[in-house]
Design a protein around this ligand. Structure first.
Ligand code: AMP
Ligand code: ZN
Length: 478
């Protein structure tokens, strides 16, 4: 296993990754708020998380991947301002909140499946874990970190000295900065709601009894409660998009560590945004592109995955029609190159790693090293290209190594099929003439010539099947 390093947002530096329990990794990634389709920006973050999980597993680590589904409590402003996202969507579509949640959860997993994203080991819905949240809030309250105001229970950030460490926030500066306070109940603008009772929304659809009155949990507390339920009070990695650093993840840390008194998450990994020339893609504003839009435009889902692999997760990635078309063309070229090599490798068993050609093995080792260096995926992809294009390497070994690399990259090499090319009459008679010559050679027991002709046909993409009624030929589907 190579040395694994990650850029930890907490502390802003590269750090060697050492799991809390050797050989095991607890990983939590914030899941979608299911009031609308995921946009391709959200999906970029999930592709990154998938590569992370697959890389860790490749290095022999036993990963438990937990993802929440936010189906309650997320307001349009992460700082408790605005409307309830689920409720607004339900009203607009004339359905119940749970119907909306179920529809968009299914749509989310249909998208992630098409993108080859492995399903997390645990998928947990906020509405099914409200008792866990209530228990956690009671612990936070018992530690003296909360206050009630206007019917809601707030987390008091001034009681948690390390508040804002993840985002390098300085509370004093924030306080001094001109900022219009949206919630007059808050003592500090950064205070956040743990439990809502006096909702500003009439007819809140989903409410629960709690020690603080009938109401519903704040958004941030769900991730703390569910991650700890499935991964323990301290775990290895938490990931999400960069937008979550200053509020959501900052608040998750404060309330989790306030409740347990222990360090919570050890490595924080954040994916930069997918950006468009037309500005920020936003689910709540409705100006976004979905995976289905791309499929309707003639792309394959894995073309989008390939597009994502072209940028390092910590850099912004610019989406445009041209860039997407380029990704499709590159992926197609890669599949074709791979299929050619597979044809040349024949149907022989591909060698296992221990018996690979030294040049191929060296490339595989470099590939692993690149992944281990904070997921240098664009360079790992270039390594795969280098492998496929190196004429000095034996095709069967290249095929084996490429398939191995693709277990992380997920471009679809294993399932690649060449469409049967339509043959002209001229090509057909040329093939038939070669087949007949081989039959003659066999009759004359001229095995060397028969074999040479079989090889010549194979190079043309034709395979032969000798049967009781003579020899039939067909195109080789790689
Ligand atoms: P949400 O469903 O809004 O909670 O977002 C789901 C995930 O997508 C979160 O991890 C966000 O940080 C991430 N995200 C949101 N917008 C973008 C974007 N434009 N590019 C990449 N990731 C994003
Ligand atoms: Zn979260």
């Amino acid at each position: 296993m190579p040395v694994i390093t990650f850029f930890n947002t907490l502390g802003r530096s590269m750090e060697e990754f050492k799991p809390l329990v050797p050989g095991k990794v607890g990983f939590y990634g914030c899941g979608p708020t299911v009031y609308n389709y995921a946009h391709i920006g959200n999906l970029r973050t999930y592709v990154f998380e998938d590569i992370l999980v697959r890389s860790l597993r490749r290095f022999g680590l036993d990963v438990t991947h937990v993802m929440n589904i936010t189906d309650v409590g997320h307001l349009s402003g992460d700082d408790d301002s605005g409307e309830d996202k689920m409720l607004r969507s339900a009203k607009e579509r004339g359905q119940s909140v749970l119907q909306i949640a179920s529809y968009y959860t299914d749509a989310f997993f249909a998208d992630t499946e098409r993108l080859g994203i492995a399903r997390p080991d645990v998928v947990c819905k906020a509405t099914e874990h409200v008792q866990d949240m209530i228990r956690l809030i009671r612990r936070i309250e018992a530690g003296g970190y909360t206050y009630s105001a206007g019917g809601n229970l707030y987390f008091d950030v001034s009681k948690f000295p390390r508040y804002g460490e993840l985002a390098n926030l300085r509370l004093e500066e924030l306080k001094a900065g001109a900022r219009i306070e949206v919630d007059e109940n808050k003592k500090n603008p950064q205070d956040f709601v743990l439990w809502f009772t006096k909702s500003k929304f009439e007819n809140q659809a989903l409410i629960w009894d709690s020690p603080w009155g009938r109401g519903y949990p704040g958004w941030h507390v769900e991730c703390s409660a569910m991650s700890m339920k499935y991964l323990g009070e301290s775990f290895d990695i938490h990931a999400g998009g960069v937008d979550h650093i200053p509020v959501h993840h900052t608040n998750e840390i404060a309330q989790s560590e306030a409740a347990t008194g222990k360090p919570w998450v050890r490595y924080w990994l954040h994916a930069e945004f997918l950006v468009m020339d037309k500005g920020k893609m936003s689910k709540s504003k409705g100006n976004f592109i979905t995976l289905q839009n791309l499929l309707d435009g003639g792309f394959e889902a894995l073309d989008y995955r390939y597009f994502c692999l072209g940028g390092h997760y910590r850099s912004q990635l610019s989406f445009s029609d041209d860039a997407m078309a380029q990704a499709r063309a590159s992926r197609k070229a890669m599949l074709e190159k791979f299929l050619d090599l597979r044809t040349h490798a024949g149907t022989a068993e591909v060698p296992n790693r221990s018996r690979l050609h030294a040049g191929v093995l060296a490339r595989l080792e470099r590939f692993d090293k690149l992944l281990a260096e904070d997921l240098a995926v664009p360079r790992a992809l270039a390594e795969l290209w280098g492998l496929l294009k190196d004429p000095s390497l034996p095709p069967a070994d290249v095929v084996a190594a490429a398939l191995d690399m693709d277990t992380v990259l997920g471009i679809g090499l294993a399932g690649a099929r060449r469409e049967e090319k339509s043959l002209s009459d001229e090509e057909r008679s040329k093939i038939q003439a070669l087949v007949d010559r081989r039959t003659e050679a066999k009759k004359a027991k001229n095995w060397a010539e028969a074999d040479a002709l079989r090889q010549e046909l194979k190079d043309l993409g034709i395979v032969l099947e000798d049967g009781p009624r003579g020899t039939v030929w067909k195109q080789l589907k790689a």
